[in-house]
Design a binder for this molecule. Structure first.
Ligand SMILES: [Zn+2]
Ligand SMILES: [Zn+2]
Ligand SMILES: [Zn+2]
Ligand SMILES: [Zn+2]
Length: 388
């Protein structure tokens, strides 16, 4: 049986597959100084210089079904600032086994305790620790920042389980909402390839759990509410996004959205951390708090949330920290994020990223993109492009 127009419409009409970002993307070719010829796509605002994050319109900010949203673009043209090299040397004391303040040797009688923040120095007691605080503060802070960075850049290089189609098990390309369908019956995100393939076999129910499609908004909302009552984090986040946009007959309610995001995040959903970052960044339904936004995005990024990683890169670029920005974007580009790759390309063209970094990003991005490809997905893309 072939795929019918009606069948597809029935399948797709009740969910959201239109791209969140409506800006047209134009291709252009650039000739690089090292004679590499490359073609890339760039967002509408990519030529703006020195400006940063383009605040998305409210409707763009939060994905309606699945991910994608706040996109921070940042190009700040400043000379590369010298990196402060952080060293990890104990500040005082003759070695590990002496109190950093009074020099007393550790023994059975004198138990030395680590500075719990940096673990670089030891003290014989609270008094010595207190007395030494002023001297130690700077080194301690530096080491703490170093430890935080180690975690920030070494974790979250793999895409989370939710980024993979549960049927074909391949990672879904970004933006996920442009390449998949979110099922209200089972809360699964199914790639377009698998959706079309199952319809070709004559199945128009959910390709994952075989539940018949909800016929209208109200039915679908009821399905979601059932899962929300069972504390399904995906359902809670989804409902939150419905309130954020005022979809499916719901009254738009940002506060309610934030409440639901918080609940989903507490249940361990990485995507919810990303959404919490977004609302705090923009002050939607909460007091605007950029530092909190960074906290949420950081938490999500170390768990493999690509858009959060991309945003952290944008924020670093805004501060002129090109090196830190590129480190973030390298990670997200290698996970298949096109925008992060484009940002590396842009900073490379400005001489703010090395050729090696650019090459690494290009290769990583291409490899990650290759991994998302399949025959079914190619067919689905051709089919959907045809419908436009
Ligand atoms: Zn001491
Ligand atoms: Zn310390
Ligand atoms: Zn699939
Ligand atoms: Zn289902």
């Amino acid at each position: 049986m072939s795929v019918t127009r009606e069948g597809i419409d029935q399948y797709f009409s009740i969910r959201v597959i239109e791209p969140i970002c409506k800006s047209g993307r134009a291709s252009r070719a650039l000739s690089l100084s090292d004679h590499l010829d490359i073609t890339f796509q760039s967002g509408r605002n990519s030529r703006e210089r020195g400006v940063v994050p383009r605040p998305p319109r409210a409707s763009e900010r939060e994905p309606q079904g699945q991910p994608a949203a706040t996109e921070l673009r940042a190009i700040v043209l400043r000379p590369t600032s010298n990196l402060i090299m952080m060293r990890c040397v104990p500040c005082e004391g003759d070695g590990d086994e002496t109190c950093a303040n009074c020099g007393k040797l550790g023994s059975d009688a004198v138990k030395l305790k680590n500075c719990t923040a940096c673990r670089l120095v030891k003290y014989c007691g609270v008094d010595c620790q207190r007395a030494h605080r002023k001297k130690h503060k700077k080194t301690c802070k530096q080491r703490v920042a170093e430890l935080k960075d180690e975690q920030l850049y070494s974790q979250g290089h793999e895409r989370p389980e939710g980024d993979f189609c549960p049927i074909c098990t391949l990672p879904i390309p970004f933006r996920i909402s442009d390449h998949s369908v979110f099922m209200a019956c089972c809360m699964k995100t199914i790639c377009h390839g698998c959706v079309i393939a199952s319809q070709k076999r004559g199945m128009f129910d959910c390709a994952f759990c075989r539940t018949p499609m909800a016929g209208n908004d109200a039915d679908r909302l009821a399905m979601i509410q059932t899962r929300v009552a069972k504390k399904d984090p995906q359902a809670i986040l989804f409902l939150g996004r419905k309130y954020y946009h005022g979809d499916d007959g719901l009254q738009k309610d940002m506060r309610k959205a934030v409440e639901l995001y918080t609940e989903a995040a507490e249940l361990g959903l990485t995507d919810a951390l990303f959404s919490l970052g977004n609302v705090h960044y923009h002050g939607d339904g909460v007091q605007e708090d950029k530092a909190k936004a960074v906290e949420f995005w950081t938490k999500a990024a170390v768990q493999g949330h690509v858009e959060s990683r991309h945003n952290l890169g944008g924020l670093e670029e805004m501060k002129g920290n090109h090196d830190r920005a590129v480190r973030h974007w390298l990670i997200s580009a290698k996970m298949g994020d096109e925008r992060s790759f484009e940002m590396i390309q842009e900073v490379f063209m400005k001489g703010l990223a090395t050729k090696e970094q650019y090459a690494e990003a290009l290769k990583g991005y291409q490899d990650a993109t290759e991994e998302t490809k399949s025959h079914d997905r190619d067919e689905a893309k051709a089919f959907l492009d045809n419908r436009k």
